[in-house]
Design a protein around this ligand. Structure first.
Ligand SMILES: [Zn+2]
Length: 252
């Protein structure tokens, strides 16, 4: 199961799936407001209020999302309707689920009930297969906090690839090697990873040596504190009280 990012041009909706709305970010109940279909992810340097608004919108949208049941596999995920979940404090209403109409939040959109008895809000459990949306299937769904966490790990891998191309490390260029078959490529990658790790190790040693030299230089630049005598107490020694001169000195 790949972990990939999507661009805004890929933000179209897919054919509905069992009466649900299928978006790149997941499967939702049909009453999901259109303004929440595409939530633009703020950049890394975005102001705090923009990031806050994004998080709030994601949270609002997650209320409409179908809930994953059990452990998803690379090929499929079992989903169930949030309206049917008893434990969840769900405030959405569907006329096909009478209990949900009683406890629903009047401020939220209501389902029009225009779906089958085993569709949308009424899905107990249904299996969404990767073949149904091959171009976007991944779990956790795109853009969710769980996905963000998984995707963030990818940057380390990307950084590793840039090391391969870095002329100061490996300097791999296009067309340099003509290898085929998995064992050959695996061997090549293993050696490159070895070279990469060696580079990182040498860089760390270099950095440590530089830091030590800088510390030593700073120490020499500081004014000498010769007037202040450092008192070092040996934890094993007892501090002897200084005898009072007035008592010890013989009376004149
Ligand atoms: Zn419904």
């Amino acid at each position: 199961m790949g972990v990939f990012d999507l661009k805004s041009t890929q933000m179209h909706t897919f054919p509905t799936w069992r009466g649900c709305l299928m978006l790149p970010s997941g499967v939702y109940l049909p009453m999901l407001p259109e303004r929440l279909w595409l939530i633009e992810r703020p950049g890394t340097q975005a102001p705090a209020d923009k990031k806050g608004a994004y998080r709030k919108a994601i949270e609002e949208r997650s209320m409409y999302a179908l809930v994953a049941h059990g452990k998803p596999t690379p090929g499929q995920v079992r989903l169930s309707s949030p309206v049917l979940r008893r434990k969840a404090t769900n405030a959405l209403g569907c006329p096909k689920v009478p209990v949900s109409m009683r406890r629903r939040d009047p401020g939220l959109p209501v389902c029009d009930g225009n779906h089958g008895d085993d569709e949308a809000c009424c899905i107990q459990t249904a299996t969404l297969k990767a073949e149904e949306i091959p171009s976007i299937f991944q779990f956790p769904f795109w853009g969710t906090p769980a996905w963000e966490e998984k995707y963030a790990k990818r940057t380390n891998v990307e950084r590793g690839f840039s090391m391969f191309k870095n002329p100061d490390v490996i300097g791999l260029t296009k067309g340099q090697f003509h290898y085929r078959h998995i064992p050959n490529v695996a061997l090549l990658v293993t050696f490159m990873r070895g070279a990469h790790n060696l580079h990182l190790w040498m860089k760390r040693e270099e950095d440590a040596a530089k830091a030590a030299a800088a510390a030593l230089r700073n120490h020499r630049l500081l004014p000498r504190r010769s007037s202040q005598v450092a008192v070092v107490l040996d934890p094993g020694s007892t501090i002897l009280e200084e005898p009072a001169l007035a008592e010890d000195s013989p009376a004149p």
